[in-house]
Design a protein around this ligand. Structure first.
Ligand code: C2E
Ligand code: MG
Ligand code: MG
Length: 690
């Protein structure tokens, strides 16, 4: 914006200064002129006195001698002075000896000066004789015309007045220039800079400091304004980012439950899927509330809303980290990442959610019970598009609802496998009471003496419909439901009873190895249970061997060490099962009181063909030697396996090469055949197939 000259501050100042200077000039000049008028009046008086003094003596002479001629001469002399308008010499009581007068001067400013000095001024001096007579002779009187002095006075006044006004003007101009230079120009520049400031981005431009003004008020003003602009900018950006956050939050989160909404879920899911590609599995569960509509109708929509909030908090409260979002209405999505056993973990989570939501919800004093149904999709099996995966999960949920299932997998094969697994889980709970479990025994051979050192008790489940089910399938199921505690106790009891029977039959050198699950190891009373069995079956402690897997110990090394030490105290032997498949660290082997290491069968089976496996086996044997622990290899299937292991110093062996796990009678038959004198100790015909 351009400021008109007449509107400028400096011009205003100029006008004010000029007006006030003029006023002051007028007042001062007036005062000066007034003073001058007084001085002029004095000057007139002094002049009159001087004139009178000059002619006084001749006037005394003339009046003394009554010399009229002389008096007239004196009078004429006085009229030489242009200001003398009237002069007389004589005694007031007599006719004037001489007198003369002339008209007043007609000067242009007479009208003014007459007001100041009056038109004429009269002076009189008495004429006395010389001392000692001192006689009065008469008066000498003059009247002066003030116009002569008035003209001079007017001239001087004009000069005084003009110079006063001129001074005022010059001062105003100088002040105007100074003010323009010092204030108006810098202010104009500041104003121009201010005009360039973007209100949306006030900190973008700084008002430049005007040289020479750094320390004065203007400099202070500029730096304060700059600071102010910066803080406005900061506040603005804070406000904008807060606003953006709020807007983003509103667009990505459900307003009721504060859970991520469908858009956010899809985005997060996309990110998780990209990360999971070729690495791990992701499960997407869609959870719907059964008959939510009637809950709304029965209670109120407000209660329905509160219920959804409560449900969302229960969904969020899982034992494993999950991402929970609201798809809309009564549908939620739960995403489970980095799965090791994808379908099992997803099914477990679904089961957990169902039972968690089943517990009555307390909404404003009303107890409401709900049922949830879930649909499950798996990545990468069911697709890789987040939107489609969510749709499929919803479809699976709808299908589950229509079929009256509590959850269903989108993939029918996974679904049936999981369903079967769940059925097995239920059936396993009854297997023990229904007498479907039994033990088989696999010989453990002393490779140095070629004798049967003992047996490993291996649990078998003969399912009424499905026949033999592998422990690799049902043991993990039992471990998950803690059924393993009950089953484990039964196994230990059965194995000990069997060993006692063998001992009584005369095979007192035999040992029994019993597998101990990680869950059992966590049991507080496990060492008491072991001791109780030893006592119950009257077994020497060293004839019982407990096999523990690495993974079981590593979950809580400290606690495992305490339990193992307690068991060890009873004299029972401890062997580390499946060594090589887990952490296999020397340091924890040292810390724990093991008596034996069992090389996992996966290494033994490849011992001849796979260099890596053979070197692992050799290393484990070496490790055993250095820790002074005997090493037993499981899964020996051929004579080459045996030769290799013996050659490298392995002390014990177990495997189909000797005998498969067999019932107790078959085991004893095998033991009999393997007497030291017998060379048919490895008759495979005795090994009943698994
Ligand atoms: P494990 O303790 O490592 O048992 C050895 C497994 O290797 C047994 O499988 C056995 O049959 C198998 N095996 C032995 N020699 C050979 C061979 O030469 N070739 C092959 N391919 N396999 C051989 P099984 O009986 O199926 O048991 C599997 C796992 O189930 C066991 O591994 C053990 O961890 C668990 N298990 C079995 N019974 C029990 C039990 O009573 N309690 C607990 N907690 N776990 C048990
Ligand atoms: Mg074992
Ligand atoms: Mg093993």
């Amino acid at each position: 914006m351009v400021i008109e000259k007449r509107d400028r501050l400096s011009f205003k100042l100029f006008r004010v200064v000029l007006a006030s200077a003029c006023l002051v000039g007028v007042v001062l000049s007036g005062a000066q002129i007034a003073m001058d008028s007084l001085t002029s009046r004095q000057a007139i008086d002094e002049h009159a006195q001087k004139v009178l003094a000059m002619v006084r003596d001749p006037a005394i002479q003339a009046v003394y001698s009554l010399d009229r001629e002389m008096a007239e001469q004196v009078i004429e002399g006085l009229f030489e002075d242009p200001s003398v308008r009237f002069a007389s010499i004589g005694h007031p009581a007599e006719e004037m000896l001489a007198s003369k007068q002339r008209v007043l001067n007609n000067t242009p400013y007479r009208w003014l000066t007459d007001k100041v000095f009056s038109p004429e001024r009269s002076y009189k001096v008495s004429l006395y004789g010389k001392l000692p007579y001192n006689e009065y002779y008469g008066d000498l009187q003059i009247i002066l015309d003030t116009a002569v002095y008035g003209s001079e006075f007017i001239n001087r006044s004009a000069i005084i007045f003009t110079s006063g006004i001129l001074r005022a003007m010059v001062m105003a101009i100088v002040l105007y220039m100074i003010f323009t230079w010092l204030v108006t120009r810098p202010l104009t520049r500041v104003a121009q800079s201010l005009a360039h400031i973007n209100p949306d981005h006030p900190g973008g431009i700084k008002i430049p400091m005007i040289a020479g003004n750094e320390k004065n008020e203007l400099g202070l003003w500029i730096s304060t304004v700059n600071q102010l602009l910066e803080s406005i900018e900061r506040n603005n950006s804070k406000f904008q980012s807060a606003e953006a956050n709020v807007r983003q939050h509103l667009s990505q989160y459900d307003f009721l439950t504060r859970l991520p909404n469908r858009i956010m879920l899809q985005r997060e899911l996309q990110r998780m899927l990209t990360e999971a590609r070729n690495k791990h599995h992701v499960a997407i569960l869609c959870c719907g509330i059964n008959d939510f509509k009637s809950i709304n109708e029965q209670h109120s929509y407000k209660i329905g809303d509160d219920l959804l909030v409560e449900i969302s908090s229960r969904l969020n409260d899982q034992y494993i980290p999950v991402l929970v979002g609201r798809l809309g209405g009564d549908q939620f999505a739960i995403i489970l990442d980095k799965l090791q056993h994808p379908s099992e973990e997803a099914a477990d989570l679904a089961q957990n959610i169902i039972s968690k939501l089943k517990a009555p919800l307390d909404i404003k004093g009303r107890k409401i019970t709900i049922n949830a149904t879930l649909g499950i999709v798996m990545f990468p099996e069911d697709g890789s598009n987040p939107e489609k995966l969510l749709q499929k999960a919803e479809q699976a949920m709808t299908l589950a609802k229509s079929r009256g299932n509590s959850f269903e997998f989108y993939d029918a094969s996974i679904d049936s496998a999981i369903r079967q697994r769940k059925r097995l889980e239920r059936e396993l709970a009854e297997a023990l009471t229904k007498g479907q479990l039994h033990l088989e025994f696999q010989p453990q051979i002393n490779l140095l003496s070629n004798q049967v050192a003992g047996a490993e008790a291996l649990l078998r489940w003969t399912h009424p419909e499905q026949g033999e089910i592998s422990p690799d399938i049902f043991i993990p199921l039992a471990e998950k439901s803690d059924l393993i505690i009950e089953i484990g106790e039964w196994v230990l009891d059965q194995a000990c009873a069997q060993l006692r029977e063998w001992h009584l039959q005369g095979y007192s050198q035999l040992k029994m190895a019993v597998n101990l699950s990680a869950t059992q190891l966590k049991q507080a009373n496990i060492s008491e249970l072991v001791m109780h069995n030893l006592k119950k079956h009257q077994l020497p402690p060293h004839t019982l061997e407990l096999e523990v897997t690495e993974t079981g110990i590593m979950e809580d090394l400290q606690a495992a060490a305490v339990t193992l030490e307690a068991i060890k105290k009873s004299g029972v032997l401890l062997s580390l099962d499946d060594f090589g498949t887990g952490y296999s660290s020397l340091s924890y082997l040292r810390q724990l009181p093991f008596d034996k290491i069992k090389i996992d069968k996966s290494f033994v089976q490849e011992i001849i063909d796979n260099q890596d496996d053979s070197s692992i086996v050799r290393t484990i044997i070496q490790l055993g030697k250095s820790l002074n622990l005997p090493v037993i290899a499981e899964g020996i299937e051929t004579a080459q396996h045996e030769d290799y292991l013996i050659q490298h110093g392995c002390q014990g062996g177990q495997g189909y090469f000797y005998c498969k796990p067999v019932p107790a009678e078959a085991f004893i038959t095998y033991v009999k055949l393997c007497s030291p004198l017998s060379s048919i100790s490895r008759d495979e015909s005795l090994a009943t197939p698994n």
